[in-house]
Design a protein around this ligand. Structure first.
Ligand code: SAH
Length: 222
């Protein structure tokens, strides 16, 4: 028996989750596929039990080591931008596994997910949660996301959940034709969410929301 209640009760119940989805819809998330995946994802199991009652508030929450689980609206917005109206996408690279919440959502809309995290102890924690959810199309790696994961490139989409000052070149190079890179960029207090589409040798950039992410940090740590 899993020690954690996947279904949720009270503040973690399906009704509470449904209310969050209505809020996302009101805020402009239109992709029904993304909304449905998020309706079915128990966010409370990705965070510390002490914070579980706040899991369906539309807010980022601490996950330790100075990192946060991303705000649901931002997760929805980034996933929607990555999919660009498609139901399903092939191979996706994610930088910044963290709690693995975004990873688990990507796993429902992509054939395969490759996710990189620089803080080593997040990896076994992520693996345990994904196993519990019986998600089997995710590969995790302790590595510096600035370099991407060249072994499985090119990707049909890349999503970055921490903000570099400038878009890393290695990530652009690992984009397949017509693939999208969804990435926050800029210094603290002045970040924008960017969507960059590869068209041959050209990279076409559009700017989405103003955002506030933890920084993308070079190198790895325990
Ligand atoms: N998507 C995660 C977000 C976690 S916060 C979630 O919703 O839980 C951002 C994550 O990016 C942190 O776990 C941080 O350790 C990681 N990160 C920062 N710099 C990185 C880098 N260079 N390579 C890989 N991961 C990085």
């Amino acid at each position: 028996m899993p020690a954690i209640n996947l279904q949720g009760i009270g503040m973690t119940s399906q009704r509470t989750r449904d209310r969050l989805i209505e809020r996302l819809r009101e805020q402009g998330i239109k992709d029904e596929n993304v909304l449905e995946v998020m309706r079915n994802m128990p966010r409370h199991i990705f965070i510390d039990e002490a914070l579980a009652s706040r899991a369906y508030e539309d807010t980022a929450l601490p996950i330790g080591s100075g990192q946060t689980i991303s705000q649901p609206y931002i997760v929805a917005r980034m996933t929607e931008a990555l999919l660009a109206g498609k139901d399903k996408i092939g191979k996706v690279l994610e930088i910044g596994t963290g709690s693995a919440y975004q990873t688990a959502i990507l796993a429902q809309v992509a054939e395969q997910v490759f996710s990189i995290e620089r803080i080593q102890h997040f990896i076994p924690r992520a693996k345990k949660i994904l196993d519990m959810l019986e998600i089997r199309n995710v590969n995790l790696k302790h590595y510096d996301g600035y370099k991407g994961w060249s072994g499985f490139a090119p990707y049909d989409g890349i999503i970055v959940t921490a903000a570099p000052d400038e878009v890393p070149l290695d990530l652009l190079n690992q984009l397949g034709e017509a693939a999208r890179l969804v990435i926050p960029s800029g210094e603290e207090g002045n970040q924008k969410l960017l969507c960059i589409t590869r068209e041959g040798d050209e990279f076409v950039k559009s700017s989405l929301n103003a955002v506030s992410f933890v920084p993308l940090v070079k190198g790895t740590r325990l």
